[in-house]
Design a protein around this ligand. Structure first.
Ligand SMILES: Nc1ncnc2c1ncn2[C@@H]1O[C@H](COP(=O)(O)OP(=O)(O)OP(=O)(O)O)[C@@H](O)[C@H]1O
Ligand SMILES: O=P(O)(O)OC[C@H]1O[C@H](OP(=O)(O)OP(=O)(O)O)[C@H](O)[C@@H]1O
Ligand SMILES: O=C(O)c1cccnc1
Length: 488
């Protein structure tokens, strides 16, 4: 289980934007490198104007941080660039992460503006982590979120991840498949992901198998003889209704039934899926093969799946590749990594802000955490409140939430309980978090989706989930904005 492990398998230390190194070298030379800095990762917009996103990729971030070290070749290469001070190179050679990391666990539903991961570390270290943290969580959260949409559209029918061949490179395939499991996919065709992460692997057959034999019947027969318990026959190589389905039925009767076996399924990969599956279902049922499943694939996504089901398509499961593994309709999860605070010599946390003309782009300053509010009776999530890290919400008392922009929009919550979302991952360089298994993470996602109102989950104009700021954070933010704007 080490092939994909970023601690033991591959050293990704040099996968960072060059400016991380020049800035880190700069802080070092300026004598500021040991200043404690707080960086937040957050994202601004849910892909495809959806109602929620899913956190994924934390396990790989942990492995990356644990494995971060610069070897002789790395140092030699950096020295050759004539950019870095020898003392900084020496520091890199002995690099070890000494900071703390707080993060929202994988599989948690996440929303714009929330600090989904916070690094508290000497600035010369925290700066170096930016690129890998962002690319890892951006990628996996994107695919987990996209998969969740597809799985929702499938409405209880299993979705198999078929995307490796169309993914953006090996990591896109492998970590994408991993993320798809968190998002609710039932299985993957990516064998390595089964081996590495325990995700169930599954598959049918390619057109090449059917083409290879002299005729379709022979191809189906050979396959069913070899895999009598697991025969899903691809019926669209020549003609679904004229030959594919009839040959599959013949194999079920002449080959499998005498062995005491049943035909597991057929797969369709082209043509009008609604029409063909309805016809195929009838033919199978008329032949007594009511238990034979119909699997479909062919550039599917949540919209096509919704449409074909509305058209009365008869489908038991889906194989989804290119549009899932690349999140084709919106291929960027725009998570960013921003400085939120620094500590002064007295150890006081000084909040920092990034101002923008666009209100939504103004960052939330300070060391923060997120509380999720749940209704005591329904257990549905009511909203999230971002607070300063030292704030405690006492759920025995009413709590007033307010919109951070339209502050007159208020609501007082009474019948609620809260959950703190951030977990401590590293404390002073030491890993203090036990990553759950992928299976546990997947179940956790499912549970949370059950606790989210349907209005937030729908595809068209979902309700905007509340993400508010505590009064204390709101005050800190507005004081900083007033101060900085006043200084101009
Ligand atoms: N009934 C349907 N309603 C909406 N979309 C559909 C329906 N049936 C299939 N599609 C989708 O239409 C797209 C194109 O299908 P189309 O039939 O044009 O191509 P194809 O079947 O792959 O072509 P070919 O037969 O040459 O392989 C695919 O994304 C497929 O999922
Ligand atoms: O359409 P996607 O959602 O990406 O799903 C994966 C696709 O990959 C396969 O096609 P391909 O033509 O590569 O091989 P095949 O001969 O097995 O059909 C499969 O039949 C699907 O159509
Ligand atoms: O097993 C399958 O049917 C499969 C796997 C990958 C891509 N397309 C189909």
């Amino acid at each position: 289980m080490n092939k994909l492990n970023l601690k033991n398998g591959r050293n990704m230390s040099m996968l960072m934007d060059f400016y991380e190194l020049t800035m880190s070298n700069g802080y070092f030379l300026d004598g500021m490198g040991d200043t404690t800095a707080y960086f937040d990762m957050f994202f601004r917009k849910i892909p495809e104007d959806g109602g929620y996103a899913i956190m994924a990729g934390l396990e790989q971030v942990i492995e990356y941080i644990e494995g971060l070290k610069f070897d002789e070749d790395d140092i030699e290469y950096l020295r050759g660039l004539n950019t870095f001070d020898e003392r900084f190179l020496n520091y890199l050679q002995n690099f070890k992460f000494t900071g703390s990391v707080y993060a929202i666990p994988e599989g948690t539903l996440i929303f714009p503006g929330e600090p989904i991961l916070t690094v508290k570390a000497p600035v010369k270290e925290a700066q170096l982590l930016e690129t890998m943290i962002l690319l890892t969580i951006n990628h996996q959260s994107l695919i987990a979120t996209k998969t969740s949409r597809i799985v929702r559209a499938a409405d209880g029918r299993p979705v198999m991840e078929f995307g490796s061949r169309r993914a953006q490179g090996p990591d896109g395939a492998m970590f994408g498949a991993r993320a798809s499991y968190i998002g609710g996919a039932a299985a993957t065709a990516a064998t390595i992901v089964g081996e590495e992460f325990g995700m169930p692997v599954a598959g049918t057959m390619a057109h090449s198998w059917v083409q290879f034999y002299d005729d379709e019947y022979t191809a189906f027969k050979k396959y069913s003889e070899m895999y009598p318990d697991n025969s899903v026959l691809l019926v669209d190589t020549y003609s679904v209704l004229n030959s594919g389905v009839p040959n599959a039925i013949r194999v079920a009767k002449e080959v499998l039934e005498p062995m005491g076996k049943r035909l597991k399924g057929i797969r369709l990969d082209s043509g009008d899926i609604a029409y063909l599956t309805r016809k195929a279902r009838k033919m199978l049922d008329d032949a007594g093969l009511t238990d034979c499943k119909i699997v479909v694939s062919n550039s599917l996504d949540e919209h096509i799946i919704t449409s074909i089901l509305q058209q009365g398509a008869q489908i038991d499961s889906f194989g989804v590749g290119e549009r899932l593994i690349t999140s084709k309709s919106e291929p960027v999860f725009g998570g960013v990594y921003k400085l939120a605070a620094v500590e002064n010599d007295e150890g006081q946390i000084i909040p920092k802000i990034k101002i923008s003309e666009n209100v939504e782009k103004i960052t939330n300053p300070g060391f923060k955490k997120v509380y999720r509010f749940f209704d005591k009776d329904t257990h549905k999530a009511l909203g999230d409140v971002i607070t300063m890290a030292d704030e405690v919400i006492n759920d025995k008392e009413p709590y007033t939430i307010f919109d951070p922009v339209y502050t007159w929009k208020k609501k007082t919550l009474t019948n609620y309980y809260v959950m703190e979302l951030q977990q401590e991952i590293f404390r002073d360089g030491k890993l203090v978090y036990n990553s759950p298994t992928l299976e546990e993470t997947r179940n956790y996602t499912k549970l949370q989706l059950d606790n989210l109102w349907d209005e937030v989950k729908r595809f068209e104009n979902p309700h905007t989930y509340y993400i508010d700021l505590s009064k204390k954070l709101w005050n800190v933010k507005n004081e900083l904005i007033t101060k900085l704007k006043g200084e101009k």
